[in-house]
Design a protein around this ligand. Structure first.
Ligand SMILES: [Zn+2]
Ligand SMILES: [Zn+2]
Length: 249
């Protein structure tokens, strides 16, 4: 049986949320239907989960294991071993979900990711000796938003895949323009170059690990490559570095 104190606080928590929902009903971000969540079940079911894992290189259709780059593209990818993506940015619900999470401050939407079928991606995750690292935001941007969406997403993955989060090792040392607003691939590489710094005191923690860099969306992969490059320069670098994202463009 639940202890008395716990059940009392749980009841008041539930009551508070119930009253808040009555006073401020939620609207589904897609169909505007009033309900209990910012994404109704019907719209949530329209998120298309990637059934096959493809080589992360742009437009490469080869099916791969663990999200690894295929043989042809392996050499082109400098520091990143591969990328796992849950969905595709072309899917309207996925796109809106990320947009509201990233630009409209609807942090609660992150809970909806937990309701999606994560089993396909879970099969491809290397769990032994692995850690999740959320892609850091520049401090000022995080303060403005109130949270880092990548960390929130990492929390969901951490729970589902039973992997620890290492959030103190990398920081963003300067502010950069959003990669999604940049047209040319070469400009994206320039935009993110040397944007990350390492906290040397804890960097040894990544020695021989498999690192999953968690982000909301991968555009050209320039951010993930830059971060991976930074980690590869460590005295005790990780063994493999993957991207783990909600969607690929
Ligand atoms: Zn809806
Ligand atoms: Zn390929």
């Amino acid at each position: 049986m639940m202890p008395k104190v716990m059940s009392k606080s749980w009841n008041s928590y539930w009551l508070k949320n119930y009253l808040l929902d009555l006073l401020f009903p939620k609207y589904c971000i897609i169909c505007q239907k009033i309900g209990w969540n910012y994404l109704c079940l019907e719209c949530l079911s329209k998120v298309r989960i990637e059934r096959n894992i493809h080589c992360p290189d742009f437009r490469c259709k080869r099916i791969v294991r663990f999200g690894n780059y295929c043989i042809q593209h392996r050499r082109k990818s400098k520091a990143l071993t591969g990328v796992l993506s849950l969905s595709n940015y072309k899917n309207r619900v996925t796109k809106e979900l990320i947009h509201y999470l990233k630009y409209e401050g609807v942090k609660e939407l992150v809970g909806e990711i937990n309701k999606l079928d994560l089993s396909k991606i879970k099969e491809q995750i290397i769990t032994k000796n692995s850690v999740l690292i959320p892609v850091p935001l520049f401090r000022r941007r995080e303060n403005n938003r109130g949270y880092n969406q990548s960390l929130e997403i990492a929390r969901i993955f951490s729970e589902s895949f039973k992997l620890p989060i290492e959030n103190g090792i990398i920081r963003r040392s300067r502010n950069t323009k959003s990669q999604m607003q940049i047209e040319q691939d070469s400009d994206r590489v320039k935009n993110i170059k040397n944007a990350f710094g390492i906290n040397d005191r804890c960097a040894h923690k990544l020695k021989n690990k498999t690192v999953y860099l968690v982000d909301d969306v991968m555009t050209s992969g320039a951010t993930l490559q830059e971060l991976a490059k930074t980690l590869k320069q460590l005295k005790y670098p990780p063994r493999r570095i993957y991207g783990l994202v909600l969607a690929k463009r």
